[in-house]
Design a protein around this ligand. Structure first.
Ligand SMILES: [Zn+2]
Length: 302
């Protein structure tokens, strides 16, 4: 491990990724990830689908990551797109308390606006109240259309609900929104996509201009054209472009740990003192193997 940087990807939808991705991420230095609950590429029609999805985020997916040496955390919430089905949204809101106290749930998220409809507004506010009451970190998804207005509105509503901006991560920023987010004391996260939105060259410029305080890099990799190695790739590009190792470490590791570690569920010791990989393990009778020899680290502490 001598000089290899440790990386956290605080926004990646592993449900939609393969075990190859986990292997590649671990090899690239990713030690921990946060999987925000989001939609599934198509809208869910029943609350049971949410229940199974949330269960997989706190159970199976966490296990699957561990089989490749990655610590898995998640955020739980009703996403903005699906807030527009109000009958279902009501049921999902009632379901949330069953999950947000689970061991690997580090925030309420990703919540916010998609089309900025009244229903999205209603459920965003409801979940902000929940976060306020439970003193939890919030992870906000900002809309891809009408981004600037949506980002400003998201922050206004958080402040209106009495949330501490330093406990709110505003995600999917770009050059147009970053200053407003930082000036108001929120944490600014950036999604790095291979083709659209923020590319990693642009991210380097943002860090050069705005520094590394309160800035977080993530991949937001999902079912679309995206890259689960976006964070380690951006980290190496930053180093190549002359950004100090300390600042790279902050934006690609430490800032995410500081904010999402707030409630004490995500701790550095989880990956600094790993138990070692043991792929002979099962989760509810299932393993990640399909006939392969299991990898069992010899230094596993029994
Ligand atoms: Zn997402």
């Amino acid at each position: 491990m001598e000089d290899k940087m440790m990386i956290i990807d605080p926004h990646v939808h592993m449900t939609s990724r393969t075990t190859d991705d986990y292997e590649a991420m671990a090899a690239a230095g990713v030690v921990a990830i946060i999987e925000p609950s989001f939609w599934l590429g198509q809208p869910r029609t029943q609350v049971g689908s949410f229940q199974d999805y949330f269960s997989s985020l706190v159970g199976w997916e966490r296990f699957r990551a561990s089989q490749f040496g990655i610590q898995h955390y998640c955020t739980i919430g009703l996403n903005s797109k699906e807030a527009n089905n109000e009958a279902l949204a009501e049921e999902v809101i009632e379901l949330l308390p069953l999950y947000i106290h689970k061991e690997n749930v580090v925030a309420i998220g990703e919540i916010g606006y998609d089309d900025q409809t009244p229903a999205e507004d209603k459920y965003f506010r409801m979940q902000l109240d929940m976060a306020k009451e439970l003193d939890m970190v919030v992870q906000v998804h900002t809309p891809h259309r009408d981004k600037k207005a949506g980002t400003l509105k998201s922050m206004e509503v958080c402040l209106e609900h009495g949330l501490d901006p330093s406990k709110v991560v505003i995600d999917h920023n770009n050059e147009e929104t970053v200053r407003d987010v930082l000036d108001r004391g929120f944490i600014a996260a950036f999604t790095i996509y291979p083709k659209t939105k923020m590319g990693n060259e642009r991210m380097v410029e943002v860090v050069k201009k705005f520094g590394s305080d309160n800035i977080i890099v993530d991949s937001s990799a999902d079912w679309g054209v995206s890259d689960p190695l976006s964070v380690p790739k951006t980290a190496s590009l930053m180093l190549k472009r002359g950004i100090s190792k300390e600042n790279v470490n902050k934006t690609c590791y430490q800032n995410a740990l500081d904010i999402f570690g707030y409630n004490g569920k995500m701790k550095e010791e989880h990956w600094l003192n790993p138990k070692g990989i043991n792929q002979a393990q099962f989760f509810n009778d299932n393993s990640v193997l399909r006939g392969q020899e299991p990898r069992v680290d010899a230094d596993e502490i029994k």
